[in-house]
Every structure is written in structure tokens, then in C-alpha cells.
Design a protein around this ligand. Structure first.
Ligand SMILES: [Zn+2]
Length: 247
């Protein structure tokens, strides 16, 4: 079994979804379906009814944070989600600095809930790596954190590794040297795979991603880390079981 620890199943168009589900089922790709916001989560729940391999998870993406989010109504979703995501901060792609205080407020709310309900979190860190490190420490949740597609500096990376975070390698490993260098630093038992599908691959090489792209990510990680593919698949499965059990 393959596990895609970060996908956006609800980004696929309605006419694509049957093919996507067939691909996931026939290749046995356990897929963590990250949400962007409430509507995205409800869509992911609907899609997940079509496949036992799709695990919808709730979070508010930093790109979707506004100044009038009613956080209290999300507590029920958080209690029920097997893990939390996509959450985080983005001061790189988000240029409107007015949103930054709101992004931090929403992210801190999720960190508090992650601690309270003992949930793992799937975290976007773009341009905020150090601030995120400090907030993970503040709320004592770093060992239940999956850092999604890290692209920051090596000094913060080392501190996140020391703080026992997990990390995902993504679809750019065949293309971008900095990403390969990052993967080399991460201990094999903290390393997972993702596609950030379907649009991430398109961003990397112009190809719209289908779920079995995860096979290439597994192969790239194993080549860079000199790991046996079957052993890496098994370790990822064990991690998945621990994360999901930890409700
Ligand atoms: Zn994402």
C-alpha cells in the first residue's frame, strides 16, 4: 500500500473524480484528503464515501483565513477529524500583510486544539518556518506534527528534526536540488511521502497530477535515502496507523 500524506482530492473536477477514485483503489493509495476550509472539508467527506482509501481531514489553510472566521464552531469538526490539516502560515505567497495576524490567530487556535484532543497536524510553513517552530514548541505539539513539503533553511530544519517532527517529501524531488538536500537531512523514520495533488506537479513541471504520482515520490525518496522500497512502504504504514489511532 502507498500512502499520500497530503492531497487535495476536492480540487479534482466532478468529471475527473471517478477516474481518480479508480486510480486510488486499484493502486491501493491511502490518501489523506486535506481541506482548505469548511466547504472543502464537507466536499472531501462526500468524496470519501466513494473509497475506503480516502481519509478526509479538517483544517483551515492559511490562504483561506479571513478576519471574521468563527473558530468556535469548528471544535466539533476537530474532535471528529482523524488528524488536522491543512493548517499553517504563509508569509511568502500571501502578500497581504493585513492577513498575517489573523493567520497566526487561526493557527494558534488549531495548535491548542491539537494539544487538547491529542491530534496530529499537517502543516504548511511557507516563509514562516522559524515562527512555526516557535509556536510548535509553545504549544508542545512538535512530536505530533507533519511538516508538509518543507522548503526553508537548513538551520530551522535541524531544529524541527530535533523537535521530533515528521516531514513529507513531494513531487519536486526529481527536479529541485534544494528539496533533495532537505530529504537527505531527515531521518528515515520521520520521512513520509505526498503529492499535494493535483496541482503541485503542475506547478513543478506543467503536468496535472493523478494520484499514482505518489509512486514516483516513493521511488525518489528511496533513491535519495538509499532505502528499500518495501521497507519504506511498511514504515509509512506503521506511522499512518499510529497517527490515525491517536484520536
Ligand atoms: Zn496543500
Amino acid at each position: 500500500m502507498y500512502i499520500d500524506f497530503h492531497n487535495h482530492i476536492d480540487f479534482y473536477k466532478d468529471e475527473e473524480i471517478d477516474n481518480v477514485i479508480n486510480c486510488i483503489n486499484s493502486n491501493k493509495i491511502m490518501t489523506i484528503a486535506c481541506s482548505m476550509d469548511e466547504e472543502s472539508y464537507l466536499n472531501n467527506i462526500e468524496i470519501s464515501k466513494k473509497s475506503d482509501y480516502i481519509v478526509p481531514i479538517f483544517g483551515i489553510h492559511p490562504w483561506r483565513v479571513t478576519n471574521n472566521i468563527d473558530l468556535d464552531k469548528f471544535e466539533e469538526y476537530i474532535k471528529n477529524t482523524p488528524l488536522i490539516g491543512e493548517i499553517g502560515l504563509d508569509f511568502h505567497w500571501v502578500e497581504d500583510k493585513d492577513t498575517y495576524p489573523y493567520q497566526i490567530k487561526v493557527f494558534e487556535y488549531f495548535l491548542q486544539c491539537a494539544k487538547k484532543y491529542n491530534k496530529y497536524i499537517n502543516v504548511h510553513t511557507k516563509g514562516c518556518e522559524e515562527l512555526i517552530l516557535n509556536l510548535l514548541r509553545k504549544y508542545d505539539v512538535s512530536s505530533q506534527t507533519i511538516i508538509h513539503w518543507y522548503s526553508g533553511g537548513k538551520d530551522i530544519l535541524k531544529q524541527l528534526i530535533d523537535a521530533k517532527c515528521y516531514f513529507t517529501g513531494s513531487v519536486d524531488l526529481g527536479y529541485i536540488n534544494h528539496s533533495k538536500e532537505i530529504i537527505k537531512e531527515i531521518p528515515a523514520n520521520k520521512l513520509l511521502a505526498e503529492t499535494d495533488g493535483p496541482t503541485a506537479l503542475q506547478w513543478v513541471n506543467g503536468v496535472y497530477g493523478i494520484p499514482d504520482e505518489i509512486k514516483n515520490v516513493y521511488e525518489n525518496i528511496c533513491a535519495i535515502k538509499k532505502l528499500d522500497l518495501e521497507e519504506f512502504k511498511l514504515n509509512s504504514q506503521i506511522t499512518m496507523t499510529n497517527i490515525i489511532k491517536n484520536k
